[in-house]
Write a protein that binds this ligand. Structure first.
Ligand code: GLU
Ligand code: MG
Length: 442
């Protein structure tokens, strides 16, 4: 259902909205916003509001800094935790150039571009994310610590799960904002949680992921906790992933399903898997884009390491959940919640479409525990590994025209520059592990 300008103006009036936050993300997926008063809303909805893009990560140079925000009326929602009197609402925006063309550095535009390509082939994409996060105590100055509030484990209940109250209020708030929450539970590690919302079309889900992270952090803070989507905050326990369930539809039908196939999977589904596997090493730079992401992608913590797929078991990169019919989908397990969801979904779709267009057959499914294979056996089965570091992933990305194409040249160049800098800064740090190993020894 798409809303129009007059509807939004009327709803803002009815709900007593005073402030509207115009939101968008920079290339690293960080949510930005500028607040306007309701008096400016009509002008904003007409796309007439300008901002200085030169201070935003990966946007533009100072001499070409005037950018226009075009709010998407479908994203209008009131923040339930703000006062009802003088309420605060938000709109997610696309960024436009002064000449009225879509700005190439806007991640939401990049996703729209790949979705339009899929649409030309007759496909729409559905995505269902599984967002995991940690809740930590803050110190007396409000800074996050690494102390968790509980000792609970997978699916545990209170009283061990002291984050339950915070999680409950996150779920209620998200529901008030139009999310359909399917499940919420304690995850495997102490202090780790997961809240799953219903799958939806790709653009809506990308908007929901950025909203989700912002809401979870806001509500955690109100419970004296810090929510982090950092992929691997603590060595030796599970990290946080954001597995992405993906399917393609055509004329309202799930085209991943084929009742006549022994696995119930269509050729399109298999080729889509083939495309994801072929581009996995470059894709990782976008779905797992931080130095820390690669501390998660190691054996032993339910995160993927090897490039393969399976029907049920959770060790490979791609799992095909048992459901068939309209729910047929594949689950990609490398993304983590530090990614920019617009870019990550755009890159996945581009990889999948490449598989479909080139009819890339995936290797046979790997229905055994890959972690039990020797390196020689993995080699025999043709099972490669995900990059072991951000540096390795960036090299793969530089060589992959399909994934680079999904980002577009502007975003790719800024992304590469920012991520190379991140890697170089990290590479020269001296970390506690080194001190422990070497200070006494040499
Ligand atoms: N936390 C795990 C990861 O990093 C996933 C656990 C699960 O299967 O839900 O991907
Ligand atoms: Mg999970």
């Amino acid at each position: 259902m798409s809303a129009d300008k007059n509807e939004i103006l009327a709803r803002a009036r009815e709900l007593g909205v005073k402030f509207i936050r115009l939101q968008f993300t920079d290339i690293t997926g960080v949510l930005k916003n500028v607040a306007i008063t309701v008096e400016q809303l009509e002008k904003a909805l007409d796309g007439e509001l300008m901002f200085d893009g030169s201070s935003i990560h990966g946007f533009v140079r100072i001499e070409e800094s005037d950018m226009y925000l075009r709010p998407d009326p479908n994203t209008f929602v009131v923040f339930p935790w703000r006062p009802r009197d003088g309420a605060v609402a938000r709109l997610i925006c696309d960024i436009y150039n002064p000449d009225g063309t879509p700005f190439a550095g806007c991640p939401r535009n990049a996703l729209k571009r790949v979705l339009a390509r899929a649409q030309r082939l007759g496909f729409t994409m559905n995505v269902g994310p599984e967002c995991e996060f940690f809740l930590f105590y803050t110190d007396s100055e409000g800074r996050p610590t690494l102390r968790t509030h509980d000792r609970a484990g997978y699916f545990d209940l209170s009283p061990v799960d002291m984050g339950e109250n915070a999680r409950r209020s996150m779920v209620l708030t998200l529901e008030e904002m139009g999310f359909e929450i399917e499940a919420s539970h304690h995850e495997v590690a102490p202090g780790q949680h997961e809240i799953d919302f219903k799958y939806s079309d790709a653009l809506d889900v990308a908007d929901k992921i950025i909203t989700f992270k912002f809401v979870v952090r806001t509500i955690a803070q109100r419970h004296g906790l810090h929510a982090t989507f950092m992929p691997k905050p603590i060595f030796g326990i599970n990290g946080s992933g954001m597995h992405m369930h993906q399917s393609l539809f055509r004329d309202g039908q799930n085209v991943f399903y084929d009742p006549h196939d022994p696995l119930g999977l269509s050729d399109i589904a298999r080729y889509y898997i083939g495309g994801l596997l072929r581009h996995a090493r470059a894709l990782a730079a976008v779905t797992s884009p931080t130095v820390n992401s690669y501390k998660r992608l190691v054996p032993g913590y339910e995160a993927p390491v090897y490039i393969s797929w399976a029907e049920r078991n959770r060790s490979p990169l791609i799992r095909v959940p048992a459901k068939r019919g309209a729910s047929t989908r594949i689950e990609l397990r490398c993304p983590d919640p530090s990614c920019n969801p617009y870019l990550a979904i755009a890159a996945c779709l581009a990889a999948g479409l490449d598989g479909i267009e080139k009819k890339i057959e995936p290797p046979p499914p790997c229905n055994f525990n890959i972690y039990e294979l020797s390196p020689e056996e993995r080699c025999k089965f043709g099972i490669g590994s995900l990059p072991a570091s951000l540096e390795e992933a960036l090299k793969e990305l530089a060589a992959d025209e399909v994934i680079k194409g999904a980002l577009g040249e502007h975003i790719y160049e800024r992304f590469r520059e920012a991520k190379q800098k991140e890697w170089d800064e990290y590479r020269t740090q001296v970390c506690p592990w080194e001190i422990e190993q070497y200070l006494g020894k040499f």
